[in-house]
Ligand binder design. Structure first.
Ligand code: SF4
Ligand code: SF4
Length: 221
């Protein structure tokens, strides 16, 4: 999944849909050597449907141990926002049937499937740590990171919105700009500023500042 490369969140990327089979291979390559690194595979929701299912079955069958994160935004944003099989409509907008990611994972033999909203950064971080512990007993542990794509105007209109402000606690360390990379944040003269013309008020940046200089006030609709 290339979207985390710029944030240093991805160590390997071979091709679209390869992450689960790679994670499985890494596990077996390191198994029994005493230096197994933490292994986390990330895959988009639509890619999971077209390339992740056989690899997940293979990982379960061969006893691989890693955390699998399915990034479920309910769309295929990379190729033009076509619906995924979980949505219940098809690309020509006629209604279709939906296939649940969690049920597919269960059918692949994954015992623990945790569904969390990645916008809850502290909660999601706890979940990843919890999953990492569980893999030793359970093999593949799946987290579905579920938050609908905000490019859909209906989604944007329905989610919680915050007014974002950067306080004088900001010391221009640039962490939020270099490591978090929301394009709405930019370095002003004395502190980081928020470009309100592109900020969607998601509030996630609050968790990006180690000095707690970014504050969010809920906006009532
Ligand atoms: S808002 Fe926080 S993270 Fe960003 S530059 Fe200021 S102190 Fe650093
Ligand atoms: S609220 Fe969301 S869009 Fe606005 S600056 Fe923070 S992270 Fe970026």
């Amino acid at each position: 999944y290339t979207l985390g490369l710029n944030l240093g969140a991805v160590d390997t990327c071979l091709c679209m849909g390869a992450s689960i089979s790679q994670a499985c291979g890494f596990y077996h390559a390191y198994k029994g050597k005493g230096n197994r690194p933490p292994i986390v595979a990330t895959i988009g929701d639509s890619t999971f449907f077209h390339a992740g299912i056989p690899a997940t079955i293979n990982a379960v069958v061969t006893g691989a141990k890693f955390v699998l994160v399915v990034l479920d935004n309910g769309t295929t944003a990379m190729t033009g926002n076509q619906p995924t099989p979980a949505v219940g409509s098809v690309a020509n907008v006629f209604d279709g049937n939906n296939v649940s990611i969690e049920q597919v994972l269960k059918g692949c033999g994954v015992k623990t499937i945790l569904i969390r909203d990645p916008y809850d950064v502290p909660g999601f971080t706890r979940t990843v740590k919890e999953a990492r512990k569980k893999i030793e007993d359970e093999g593949v542990v799946a987290i579905i990171a579920r938050h609908p794509c905000i490019r859909d105007k209906k989604v944007l209109a329905s989610q919680d919105v915050y007014s974002i402000r950067v306080t004088d606690r900001c010391n221009k360390c640039r962490y939020c700009i270099d490591e978090f990379e929301c394009p709405a944040l930019y370095l002003g003269e004395s502190k980081v500023e928020v470009d309100m013309s592109i900020c969607i008020g998601c509030g996630v940046c609050v968790h990006a500042c180690p000095r707690r200089a970014i504050v969010a006030e809920p906006i009532k609709r």
